[in-house]
Design a protein around this ligand. Structure first.
Ligand code: IMP
Ligand code: MG
Length: 173
């Protein structure tokens, strides 16, 4: 059975917003090197599009955290399933995430990274769903703020489906 998906942000709109974010990051990190931490799997499309438009040097690393599984409800405990293979001590870390929902994943992860001695740890998320927040998280850079809708595409999945859509859409159930 195919789900119906209503487009929220077209490929072109996402592309334009990513260009703006990359320009802002390039200004904010002038004279520095960014260590991007791309959160698998959802943030991969966003992180690549963002990284290639930066005008400052950057490295890219990957981490994976426990997720919803195949559910649309947030699980309570956040675990690191895949960790970094390089130290981040004294680095300017930019965590790149697909979406901030309850905030639990990023709250846990940002604390872990700060404790590893990075010079700075900032958060850049493609999407933010503030109505769903359960714990406070400060996002330094946000692509789009959205209402409480379950969205897919551009890396985001519903039970591992629809990640490869070039746009962001709402699943209509
Ligand atoms: P949080 O810990 O509740 O903030 O969960 C964040 C994670 O939940 C994201 O990295 C996504 O993997 C997943 N998630 C939250 N909302 C959505 C959504 O609307 N579509 C797809 N995945 C989502
Ligand atoms: Mg995720």
């Amino acid at each position: 059975m195919e789900d119906r998906i209503e487009v929220l942000f077209s490929e072109k709109e996402i592309d334009e917003r990513i260009r703006e974010l990359a320009a802002q990051l390039s200004r904010d990190y002038e004279g520095k090197e960014i260590t991007i931490i791309c959160i698998l799997k959802g943030a991969t499309f966003f992180a690549c599009e963002l990284a290639k438009r930066l005008e400052v040097p950057a490295r890219i690393e990957f981490m994976r955290c426990s997720s919803y599984g195949d559910e649309t409800e947030s699980s309570r405990e956040v675990k690191i399933l895949l960790d970094l293979d390089n130290p981040i001590k004294d680095r300017d870390v930019l965590v790149v995430e697909d979406i901030i929902d309850t905030g639990r994943t990023m709250k846990t992860l940002l604390e872990v990274l700060k404790n590893r001695g990075a010079s700075s740890v900032k958060l850049c998320a493609l999407l933010d769903k503030p109505d769903r927040r359960e714990v406070e998280v400060h996002a330094d850079y946000i692509g789009f703020t959205i209402p409480d809708k379950f969205v897919v595409g551009y890396g985001l999945d519903y039970a591992q489906k629809y990640r490869t859509l070039p746009y962001i859409g709402e699943v209509i159930v």
